[in-house]
Design a protein around this ligand. Sequence first.
Ligand SMILES: [Zn+2]
Length: 360
Amino acid sequence: MKVRIEEGERQRRRGESMRRSAKKKLEIKIAELEAILAKERAKAQKYKKRYQRAKKEGASTTSPRTAVKALLGRQKAHLDPILNQVREQHPDVCTLHFFSDAPATQYRQKGNFFHLSTEPFKYGFKQISWHFFEASHGKGAPDGVGGALKRTADKIVAHGEDIPNAQTLYEKLKGQENCSIDLHFIPESDIEAKPEVPAVTAVKGTTRIHQAISMKPGEMMYRDISCLCKWEEGTLDCSCFNLQKVSLLASDQSKVHVKEPIKSWRPEVIEEKHIGEWCVVNYDNDGYPGIILDVEEHSVKVKCTHNKGINKFCWPSPRDDINWYGDWQILCLMPEPQLVNRRAFSVEPSVWKYMEDQLQ
Ligand SMILES: [Zn+2]
């Protein structure tokens, strides 16, 4: 009898001690989660304050990523100082090779290709070859440069210095002793002051292009894969990988060798007169048909549909998807889509094909 009581008592105690330790563990877990939550709240508050401050000061509230994308669209602004420098420091150079990530947006394509096949010639260069790496490929010099700058910036911040804007970042990086990377600061005003790209011929299958070559102003050759097999003989335009040729100046149609005529898919600038029209928004390389609700300088407000499958779109519910986009994010204008059932609609097959060609 006594033995049984002791056994029961022992079990009860063991159970209680297990419950206590489980409770303790949960309490620790809750405290941890609360700490994370507080941290996230503080972060959100910081970003909110930063946004409001920027808005109050009339500064740009666009995210740095959006701003950089717009900058890349206006290639010329950031090409100028580099072309100048190479010309001055290495006057014998006549062939230029550029290495960059892939051209993604339609806006970038036009500006990029046009400037690439005109600007360097103005500085006296004779041949230009531009190699586009796929995203997260070509880990070498280009990524190394970016990585080195990022690490340096991290180090500066870790030492307690603030980097509130691009100008400061530039000055601090420039001030580093062993910085062997050439940096150029391009103020926003410079980017905006650059003239627009004239009407140029669209190039087919831009997202597949990995090498663009120009040996004559306004003329460009391109292929899906880079080739430099005759480079040592001074030839960039070997016929490998189906080299194509295109004249980018619309006025020079006689020399155009594009496979089929391409009509213009979007106006040079989206204006107020386009309010109410349908367009396709390029968001992170996905196409979203939508209606233009408003237009302000370089920005377009669009009510977007969501994709529900192959050429199938519908309005999101319960909430509308209305946002401001950069002008360059408008891939093209399009006719009103057709309803395929009560909720979903399809865009014209030609528009769908264009979206597929331009976005990957
Ligand atoms: Zn070749």
